[in-house]
Design a protein around this ligand. Structure first.
Ligand SMILES: NC(=O)c1ccc[n+]([C@@H]2O[C@H](COP(=O)([O-])OP(=O)(O)OC[C@H]3O[C@@H](n4cnc5c(N)ncnc54)[C@H](O)[C@@H]3O)[C@@H](O)[C@H]2O)c1
Ligand SMILES: O=C(O)[C@H](O)CO
Length: 320
């Protein structure tokens, strides 16, 4: 039996072992090593991962550009969680004959976190909780969602669910993205408007676009000024959709009421970062997908991918 080496990059919550019996792969001739700390540089990743034939990489923390892939001479299988991972150069992997696989995810995880952030901001939950623990009773005054207007930027899988939640809360729903049609917006319970109208009319704007050259920096000073001093920006999609310097300025100078954010330009968010100290932010550390249900899918299906690949059976190939 050929012996393979599998690396599991378990550098988020270190829970891979709770969701799949990795050690049992030894019976199939696979020796498993688990890495629980992130590789902060390409050099570190290459030095640690060069001996491995297969890698399971949790989301996008470890980057696999061409330079890294070309330096992993044994690599034949790369499994990422979810069906898209912008940190992997799929073309370079194909050129090297590396099979890249994905897994499903839990569709409710990110929408529910988005709604939790929105409600937490609206009702000052972090402030109320901190002050209660510090011995105070009732600190701020919140606002209600019913009757407010929500602007959704990107009406894909997550944006559509958010439109449904907003309707259930009695909100008016506007939507915009570069390729959204009026019919698709209507089918989701939203009204298609222009970008400018969305930012000027909405009380809350929530971003649900994929990040690409087309969408990077899609929210800048102009949009933040249109959102206005009562407006809230929510971003659980990707940090670079927003011009972060403009956002910091908007928060410092009160162009907007605040921002509820799960994603950032640089992750983990560096100590001392301006967003950490703003009284106008509610923040979570990129945990939109971090639920037992997601992890069961991520690791369970990654395990199945490895087993299927070993058996020469079809796998969920991303670069096929
Ligand atoms: N915070 C988290 O943990 C978390 C969890 C899951 C998803 N996300 C992010 O949420 C966002 C929305 O996810 P989704 O599953 O709804 O996405 P989706 O694939 O359904 O697409 C969402 C929107 O992005 C647009 N889009 C698709 N490909 C694009 C491209 N190449 N360039 C520009 N726009 C493109 C689509 O037209 C649509 O409007 C993504 O950025 C995703 O990475 C974050
Ligand atoms: O897009 C996703 O699946 C999450 O943001 C994790 O990277």
């Amino acid at each position: 039996m050929t012996e393979y080496r599998l690396a599991i990059l378990d550098d988020y919550q270190q829970v891979a072992g709770d969701y799949a019996p990795w050690d049992s792969l030894l019976d199939d001739g696979i020796k498993v090593s688990v890495f629980s700390a992130p590789f902060v540089s390409e050099e570190q990743a290459v030095a640690a991962l060069a001996p491995f034939d297969a890698i399971v990489a949790m989301r996008e923390r470890t980057r696999f550009p061409q330079s890294v892939l070309d330096s992993l001479p044994n690599l034949k299988l790369l499994v990422t969680t979810g069906m898209a991972n912008a940190a992997i150069d799929l073309e370079a992997a194909s050129d090297r004959g590396i099979v890249v696989c994905g897994t499903g995810g839990s569709p409710a995880a990110a929408p529910e976190l988005t709604w939790a952030l929105l409600l937490a901001f609206a009702r000052n939950l972090p402030v109320e909780e901190n002050s209660l623990r510090a011995g105070e009773w009732q600190t701020g005054v919140g606002f209600e969602l019913e009757g407010k207007t929500l602007g959704i930027v990107g009406l894909g899988r997550i944006g559509k669910r958010i439109a449904g939640y907003a309707k259930a809360f009695g909100m008016d729903v506007l939507a915009w993205s570069q390729n959204l049609t009026a019919d698709a917006a209507r089918a989701a319970g939203a009204r298609l408007v222009g970008k400018e109208e969305l930012f000027s009319e909405a009380d809350i704007v929530t971003l649900h676009l994929r990040l690409s050259e087309r969408t990077e920096g899609i929210v800048g000073s102009e949009e933040l000024r249109l959102l206005g001093p009562d407006g809230l920006l929510v971003n659980t999609a990707r940090g670079p959709l927003v011009d972060e310097a403009a956002l910091i300025r908007a928060l410092e100078e009160g162009w907007i009421r605040g921002a509820a954010l799960d994603v950032f330009d640089e992750e983990p968010l560096p100590a001392g970062h301006a967003l950490l100290h703003s009284p106008r932010t509610v923040l979570t550390p990129h945990v939109g997908y971090v639920t037992h249900e997601s992890y069961r899918k991520f690791y369970g299906e990654a395990f199945e991918d490895v087993k299927a690949w070993l058996a020469g059976e079809p796998v969920r190939v991303l670069n096929g």
